[in-house]
Design a protein around this ligand. Structure first.
Ligand code: GLN
Length: 232
């Protein structure tokens, strides 16, 4: 991320006025990168630090929310401590669109393996994720994904950055799989990291194992903003 010149990485934002307001959960993690990517995708990003920032219903304060990458244990602890877990669950049940990347994906999972003792998720997507699935090693790798539903094409694959990422072990019938890692990829995770589900959607909820906001990949945010404005 070129913090001094974000416009070098993202295209110009849409004109003001018609922009949806999208919160970025700002308890911990890569909040600023998501805010920049949302702005580039035509949204008005706002930070969400306390329960009052969430509003009582979808559309009241927020038209959508991003749960960023970072550390899901810390976010879970703070969500619980600040009394935000139940209000957030209620908003998602009421249809607030949400996008979770990496730690945010873990938070959106109905079921998760490898959580810390007492760690709660927000839930919403009928899937089981495995935390830190790709192995701890230097803990990061990058891969170009074939993900047409996220705007990728053969000539412009989606550049995905994985940092101590989870993968999705299994999904329910209503969950759409949007991207998997290349089949046959070796890797350090249990049973190999090839052919693993790394992007999913269930209705207004979107989640990726990787961080499009790191490194200037704005197409996932474009898709999410389109979901928020009911264009996708
Ligand atoms: N391993 C982290 C967790 O469990 C997620 C890493 C990330 O978001 N980059 O929360």
């Amino acid at each position: 991320m070129d913090a001094l010149n974000p416009r070098a990485l993202f295209p110009a934002p849409a004109p003001a006025g018609s922009r949806p307001t999208i919160g970025v959960l700002a308890l911990q993690g890569d909040v600023r990168e998501h805010a920049l990517a949302l702005q580039a995708a035509g949204a008005r990003p706002v930070t969400v630090r306390r329960a009052r920032d969430l509003g009582d219903a979808p559309g009241q304060r927020l038209d959508g929310i991003v749960l960023p990458g970072g550390e899901s244990t810390t976010m879970s602890t703070l969500l619980t401590g600040f009394g935000m877990l139940e209000p957030l669950r209620a908003l998602l049940r009421a249809g607030l669109p949400a996008y979770g990347s990496c730690a945010g994906m873990i938070l959106l999972a109905d079921r998760a393996l490898g959580l810390e003792e007492g760690q709660a998720t927000v839930g919403g997507i009928d899937m089981t994720v495995r935390r830190n699935a790709f192995g701890r090693q230097v803990d990061s790798y990058e891969e170009d994904l074939d993900a047409p539903a996220l705007g990728a094409s053969a000539s412009r694959p989606l550049h995905a950055v994985f940092i101590r990422a989870p993968w999705v072990e299994s999904v329910g019938a209503d969950v759409e799989v949007l991207a998997t890692t290349r089949a046959g990829r070796a890797g350090e995770g249990q049973g190999g990291a090839g052919g693993r589900i790394v992007a999913v959607r269930q209705g207004p909820l979107l989640a990726t194992s990787f961080h499009p906001e790191v490194g200037g990949e704005s197409r996932v945010h474009d898709v999410f903003v389109a979901m928020v404005t009911h264009r996708a």
